[in-house]
Design a protein. Sequence first.
Length: 94
Amino acid sequence: MPLVGRDGLGVMDQSLGHPDLPIYRDSITFLWGHLKSHVYATPVDSDDDLVARMSVAAARVREISGIFESVRQSLHRGCQACITVGGRNFEQLL
């Protein structure tokens, strides 16, 4: 799955860190899972139907109060734990 960086063109901005870090994977997995639950709630009839559903699902995610704040806090906790252990395995601290 391509990651969208700050430029919005599918290029991960390296200042955000490496996209394979567990803290990124967890956040992306959470958001993608939420989108999929809306997009595939019923069978998809066509490509156009899929695109329309994805647009609606993305709008719904934006409307969820505090969703991005929760993701931000989760990323922050992961970064702090990583710093605390000097870059070693930190997931047990979360």
